[in-house]
Design a protein around this ligand. Structure first.
Ligand SMILES: NC(=O)C1=CN([C@@H]2O[C@H](COP(=O)(O)OP(=O)(O)OC[C@H]3O[C@@H](n4cnc5c(N)ncnc54)[C@H](OP(=O)(O)O)[C@@H]3O)[C@@H](O)[C@H]2O)C=CC1
Ligand SMILES: O=C(O)[C@@H]1CCC=N1
Length: 267
C-alpha cells in the first residue's frame, strides 16, 4: 500500500498518526509532502519512520491513495503538482471542507475515483467520526472504510450532507473545546486560580466523557441523575435555558454549515 499525503498539518497528522498507532498501515507505506515547512515533515520522518519527498513524480508513482489535506484555498496549487503525474488507478481522498468532487475533478482534469472524507482531529486517538461520500466510479469502498476506521468510525452520506457533517463533527470538537475554555474562565471568575480552574475543568470533561462511553444511559438521563428537585443543578440549567443554549448551538452549527456551502461555490 502507498498512501501519499499532500499536506501534513493538523488534520493530516492526526490521520497518519492514528493509522500508524493502530498498525493498519506501516510507516514506510506513508509518504508526506507539504508546501514549504520542510523541518515539520522531517520531524515526522524522524519520529515515525514515514517517507518524505517534494518530487511529485516519485510521490505519485504507483500511489494507491492520495490524501488531499491542504486548505481548500491551496488546492489549485496542489492540483498543479498532481496533474502531470497522477496515475489513472490512484484513488483521491479529500478532507478539504467544502470542496466538491466535481471541483476536484475539474482541477485535476481527470476521472480518478474520488472520495470526500470529513474527519476530525480525534483521529489522533482513534476517535474521529468521519463522514464519507464517493464519486460514482469509486472501487474498493470496503478497503477505504477499513483504512478510515483505523482512526475512528465512519458514516457514508450523500455529498450534499457533507456541509452538516462538517459543522457537526469536523468542527464540532472545536465547539466543545471552546465551551471547556469558557467554563474554565468562568471558574476563574468564581474565584479559582488558573491551575485550579484547569484541573477542575479537565477532570470534569474526562469524567463526563467516560460516563458517556461506559454507561448505557442517554445524555438526558445522565443529566437527570444529577438534578435534584429545586436543587443547585436545576437552578443552573434553568439559567442556561434562559440564555437560549439551544438557539446558541443552532446558530453555531448553521454558521459552520453555511460556511462549508460558501466554500463549495465554484469560482
Ligand atoms: N483541522 C481540522 O480539525 C480539520 C481540517 N479539515 C480539513 O483539512 C484540511 C487541512 O486543514 P489543517 O490540517 O487544519 O491545515 P494546516 O494548515 O494545519 O495544514 C495544511 C497543510 O497543507 C500543506 N500545503 C499547502 N499548500 C500545499 C501545496 N501546494 N502542496 C502540498 N502541501 C501543501 C501545508 O504545507 P506547509 O505547512 O508547508 O505550508 C500544510 O502541511 C483543510 O482543507 C480542512 O478543511 C477537515 C476536518 C477537520
Ligand atoms: O475549520 C475548518 O474549516 C476545518 C473544517 C472542519 C474543521 N476544520
Amino acid at each position: 500500500m502507498k498512501i501519499v499525503f499532500y499536506g501534513a498539518g493538523n488534520m493530516a497528522s492526526a490521520i497518519f498518526i492514528g493509522m500508524i498507532e493502530n498498525k493498519v498501515v506501516k510507516p514506510e507505506e506513508i509518504y508526506l509532502t507539504s508546501k514549504s515547512q520542510k523541518e515539520k515533515i522531517k520531524f515526522f520522518q524522524d519520529k515515525l519512520g514515514v517517507n518524505i519527498s517534494y518530487d511529485d513524480s516519485e510521490l505519485l508513482k504507483d500511489a494507491d491513495y492520495v490524501i488531499l489535506a491542504s486548505k481548500p484555498q491551496s488546492f489549485p496549487d496542489v492540483a498543479k503538482r498532481l496533474r502531470p503525474y497522477l496515475e489513472e488507478a490512484t484513488k483521491i481522498i479529500s478532507v478539504m471542507a467544502g470542496t466538491q468532487i466535481k471541483t476536484i475533478r475539474r482541477e485535476l482534469k481527470s476521472d480518478n475515483p474520488i472520495a470526500r472524507l470529513m474527519p476530525n482531529t480525534n483521529a489522533m486517538v482513534q476517535h474521529s467520526v468521519s463522514g464519507i461520500s464517493y464519486s460514482e466510479n469509486f472501487p474498493d469502498k470496503d478497503e477505504l472504510v477499513e483504512l478510515m476506521e483505523s482512526f475512528g468510525t465512519t458514516v457514508v452520506v450523500e455529498e450534499d450532507a457533507m456541509h452538516n457533517i462538517t459543522a457537526a463533527t469536523g468542527s464540532g470538537s472545536a465547539f466543545l473545546y471552546y465551551i471547556y475554555e469558557k467554563y474554565a474562565e468562568s471558574l476563574m471568575e468564581l474565584g479559582f486560580d488558573e491551575n485550579e480552574a484547569m484541573f477542575l475543568t479537565t477532570n470534569l470533561v474526562i469524567g463526563a466523557g467516560k460516563m458517556v462511553e461506559d454507561s448505557d444511559l442517554s445524555f438526558s438521563q445522565l443529566r437527570k441523575n444529577i438534578t435534584s428537585k429545586r436543587g443547585t443543578t436545576e437552578a443552573g440549567l434553568d439559567a442556561l435555558d434562559g440564555e437560549g443554549i439551544k438557539s446558541i448551538l443552532m446558530t453555531t452549527l448553521n454558521a459552520a454549515a453555511n460556511r462549508s456551502e460558501e466554500l463549495s461555490q465554484d469560482d
